[in-house]
Design a protein around this ligand. Structure first.
Ligand SMILES: Nc1ncnc2c1ncn2[C@@H]1O[C@H](COP(=O)(O)OP(=O)(O)O)[C@@H](O)[C@H]1O
Ligand SMILES: [Mg+2]
Length: 248
């Protein structure tokens, strides 16, 4: 039964009473209000909402990129909101991957070198890094683009490199903020299926931030934000993108 499996799973991410205020000159924006959220290991959780609803702010607090005004975030039981910058950097390198809307590839590195970066942080030797980078680039269909630089690739190709980089070191959690925001609809489907297939294969947790209902369909669960609050939290019964699970 679905529930029994759920009970056996552990929570990968726990959020307690999270609040985030941005102090401006003579104004305070409350971007997140009393957010409580538990995300299981292996869950693909979509944070859904219109522009300005607080999605990116929430993701930034979850990933420890910003400190909340109040409340805590735990990943694997570690209070990321209480770690020093140094501890956080180390924690991210070990446990977290990112996929960005703007790809964020290093312009002076080719595809294989970009993908190998997270392995370098983990102390993997150069030969092994390049071997792993090539293997995963092959899986995302870019075996003939290994030595291409970001500006020599299309948006879809760059994002496939971005996905390979996010997953190459098998992090526990991958955060993706509007990962297909700059892609056409066909490429969007390819990219989402890749993210999903990788995550399923290694029981990884995905936090997917989007304003696009089409993307939300790939998630197991959809958490909707309005004005910095969770207004609904639903299981997705008709999860899209499972058919190709054997593909990767
Ligand atoms: N660095 C910041 N300084 C001030 N206000 C901010 C900052 N970042 C976000 N905000 C405000 O917080 C709210 C939520 O923003 P954001 O999380 O970026 O929304 P979303 O990602 O859902 O579009 C918005 O009202 C936005 O203007
Ligand atoms: Mg945003």
């Amino acid at each position: 039964m679905e529930e029994t499996t759920a009970q056996k799973k552990k929570f990968m991410i726990r959020v307690r009473n999270l609040r985030k205020e941005y102090r401006l000159k003579d104004d305070t924006v409350v971007a997140l209000k009393r957010i409580n959220l538990d995300i299981e290991q292996g869950e693909i959780c979509c944070i859904f909402g219109t522009s300005g609803s607080g999605k990116s702010t929430l993701l930034n607090q979850l990933a420890g990129l910003e400190k909340p005004t109040f409340g805590d975030v735990y990943i694997r039981g570690v209070p990321v909101t209480r770690l020093s910058e140094r501890e956080l950097a180390e924690f991210r390198q070990k446990h977290i991957g990112f996929v960005f809307q703007s790809y964020n590839l290093l312009p002076f590195m080719n595809a294989a070198e970009n993908v190998a970066v997270p392995l370098m942080f983990r102390g993997v030797g150069k030969r092994e890094r390049m071997k792993k980078a090539k293997a995963i680039l092959k899986k995302v269909g870019l075996i003939n683009r290994l030595t291409h630089y970001p500006k020599q690739m299309s948006g879809g190709q760059q994002q496939r490199v971005g996905i390979a980089r996010a997953f190459v070191a098998h992090p526990d959690v991958v955060f993706a903020d509007e990962p297909t925001g700059n892609l056409d609809s066909k490429t969007t489907i390819e990219v989402m299926e890749m993210i999903k297939n990788f995550a399923r294969r290694f029981d990884q947790t995905i936090v997917l931030v989007t304003h696009d209902p089409e993307l939300a369909k790939y998630a197991d669960r959809i958490v909707t934000l309005v004005d910095g609050r969770i207004v609904s939290d639903t299981k997705n019964d008709t999860v899209r993108g499972e058919a190709n699970e054997q593909a990767i």
